[in-house]
Design a protein around this ligand. Structure first.
Ligand SMILES: CCCCCCCCCCCCC/C=C/C(=O)SCCNC(=O)CCNC(=O)[C@H](O)C(C)(C)COP(=O)(O)OP(=O)(O)OC[C@H]1O[C@@H](n2cnc3c(N)ncnc32)[C@H](O)[C@@H]1OP(=O)(O)O
Length: 242
C-alpha cells in the first residue's frame, strides 16, 4: 500500500518534471523566435532609413530590402503553427489571415510586379508593418522575460489603432496600382483553350482580394480592440471565432 502511494507520488513528480521541462522548452523557443523576429524587423528599419538618408529617395528601396523582407515575413508562418499546436493562446484563423495576407502581398504582388515597387503606397505599408512588428515582437519578448516596460505594452496595444488602417490603405492602393500591369501582362492567368480546360484571370482575382478586405479587416481590427481592452483595462473577453 505504502509502496503504491510512493509510486503514485514518483509518477506525479515525473509528470510534473516533464511538464516543467516542456514549458521551459516552449518559453525558450518563443523567446528565441521573438528576439530573432524583433532583430529582423529592426534590420529592415535600419536598412530602409539608411537607404533613404543615403539616396534621398524611396526609389529602389523595395529592391534593397526585398530578400530580408521575404525571409522574415514568410518565417512568420511559424506563428500559425504556434496557434495550431496551442503553444500561444491565439486564434489560428486571425493569425492565419493576418500572416497569409502579408505573405501574399510580399510574394504575389510587390515582388512579382516590378513596375509597382517604387510606389509611395509600398513604402507606406512597409513602414507601417515595420513599426508594428518591432513593437509586437519586442512586447512578446519582454513579456516572456517578465520585464515588460510600460511603453512597449502601450505601443503594442495603441499604435495599431492608427497603423492598422494605414497599412490596409497602403496595401489596397498597391494592389489597385498593380491592376493595369496585371491586365496587360496576363500574369498568373490561364486563358481558354488549354489542356486543363480551366480559365483563371489574376486581374479579377485581385479585385476579389481587394473586396475581401471589406468583411475581413473589421474583424481583425475588432479582435485587436478586444485584446487592447483585455490587456490594458483587464476586461475578461470571451472570443467566439475559434
Ligand atoms: C490568397 C490571398 C488572400 C488574401 C486575403 C486578404 C484579406 C486580408 C484582409 C485583412 C488584411 C490585413 C492586412 C494587415 C495589415 C497590417 O498588418 S498593417 C500593420 C498594422 N498591423 C497590426 O497592428 C496587426 C495587429 N494584429 C495582430 O497583431 C494580429 O491580430 C495577430 C498578429 C494575429 C496577433 O493577435 P493576438 O495574438 O490574438 O493578440 P496578442 O494580444 O498579441 O496575443 C495573445 C496572446 O498570445 C501570446 N502570443 C501571441 N504570439 C506570441 C508570440 N509570438 N510569442 C509569445 N507569446 C505570444 C500573447 O503574449 C498573448 O498572451 P496572453 O497575454 O497571455 O494572453
Amino acid at each position: 500500500m505504502a509502496s503504491s502511494e510512493e509510486d503514485g507520488t514518483v509518477e506525479e513528480k515525473e509528470n510534473n518534471n516533464k511538464k516543467r521541462t516542456k514549458s521551459s522548452l516552449i518559453t525558450a523557443w518563443l523567446t528565441f523566435y521573438n528576439i530573432a523576429m524583433t532583430a529582423g524587423w529592426l534590420v529592415l528599419a535600419i536598412t530602409m532609413m539608411r537607404f533613404y538618408i543615403q539616396k534621398g529617395t524611396h526609389k529602389g528601396l523595395y529592391r534593397s530590402i526585398a530578400r530580408t523582407l521575404k525571409f522574415f515575413q514568410t518565417f512568420a508562418l511559424v506563428e500559425v503553427v504556434h496557434c495550431a499546436v496551442g503553444i500561444v493562446r491565439t486564434s489560428v484563423i486571425v493569425t492565419g489571415v493576418q500572416v497569409c495576407s502579408r505573405i501574399y502581398m510580399v510574394w504575389f504582388i510587390t515582388s512579382s510586379i516590378r513596375q509597382i515597387q517604387n510606389e509611395e503606397s509600398v513604402i507606406l505599408f512597409l513602414v507601417v508593418w515595420t513599426v508594428t512588428e518591432i513593437s509586437r515582437y519586442s512586447y512578446y519578448t519582454f513579456n516572456l522575460l517578465h520585464h515588460l516596460p510600460y511603453f512597449i505594452k502601450w505601443a503594442r496595444y495603441n499604435l495599431f489603432i492608427v497603423l492598422y488602417p494605414l497599412g490596409v490603405v497602403g496595401e489596397l492602393l498597391t494592389i489597385y496600382t498593380a491592376l493595369p500591369f496585371v491586365r496587360r501582362s496576363g500574369m498568373y492567368s490561364m486563358r481558354l483553350p488549354n489542356k486543363y480546360n480551366v480559365s483563371f484571370d489574376y486581374y479579377y482575382f485581385l479585385i476579389i482580394v481587394m473586396l475581401s478586405y471589406i468583411p475581413l479587416f473589421p474583424q481583425l481590427y475588432l479582435h485587436m480592440l478586444r485584446q487592447r481592452r483585455r490587456v490594458l483595462h483587464g476586461e475578461v473577453i470571451v472570443e467566439k471565432d475559434d
